[in-house]
Design a protein. Structure first.
Lengths: 107, 114
């Protein structure tokens, strides 16, 4: 199956700071999703981004499929951004998830 | 649209007891999935249903059974619960079409087996 690696594993930010999360994958994919798991455990879809760049408010994502990586940018972070960020790629019939990046934003 | 809904939200079982986790989606998606999430890990696929009337094993199917009741509903059954099945269970459905291959998740069921 496809291997998905995320970095860094943990990130501590001061409110207002910017950050970049990275997702590397081992094979070509035709979809990639970014999720935010909030402290209550809900998985929230952030981006469906098999290639290119998308923006949604303070969040944006870029996937370079030919180089097998994706980046998630958080700008002007807020405490509500805390949680775990997962990327997942389509691996045959299922999604293969990375281990996640745990983001803590301090006021 | 409610999206993907799951019941119950929490459950505590004793070893050997059985239970069924319910999942429903109102997005008219053909494919549905059951995942489990264990501490410090991503999600792992238990079973999936590519369309109404079909089910297939995922990565970790042992100890579970599923039923695709109709296009909307996909249930997961634990026949004889074991402590190793303590986990958070997520149901998902997939939007597949021109330019789309995206999964949407329910709120999860937190299961503890004593």
């Amino acid at each position: 199956g496809i291997q998905v690696e995320q970095s860094p594993p943990d990130l501590i930010l001061q409110e207002g700071a910017n950050s970049t999360l990275r997702c590397n994958f081992s094979d070509s994919v035709n979809n990639l999703q970014w999720f935010h798991q909030n402290p209550w455990g809900q998985l929230i879809n952030l981006f469906y981004i098999p290639s290119g760049t998308k923006q949604n408010g303070r969040l944006s994502a870029t996937t370079v499929a030919t180089e097998r990586y994706s980046l998630l940018y958080i700008s002007s972070s807020q405490t509500t951004d805390s949680g775990v960020y997962f990327c997942a790629v389509n691996d045959d019939y299922k999604l293969s998830f990375g281990a996640g990046t745990t983001v803590t934003v301090r006021a | 649209n409610a999206g993907v809904t799951q019941t119950p939200k929490f459950q505590v079982l004793k070893t050997g007891q059985s239970m069924t986790l319910q999942c429903a989606q109102d997005m008219n998606h053909n494919s549905m999935y059951w995942y489990r999430q264990d501490p410090g890990m991503g999600l792992r696929l238990i079973y999936y249903s590519a369309s109404e009337g079909t089910t297939d094993k995922g990565e970790v199917p042992n100890g579970y059974n599923v039923s695709r009741l109709n296009k909307r509903e996909f249930s997961l059954r634990l026949e004889s619960a074991a402590p190793s099945q303590t986990s958070v269970y997520f149901c998902a459905s997939r939007r597949l079409g021109a330019g789309y291959n995206e999964q949407f998740f329910g709120p999860g069921t937190r299961l503890t087996v004593l």
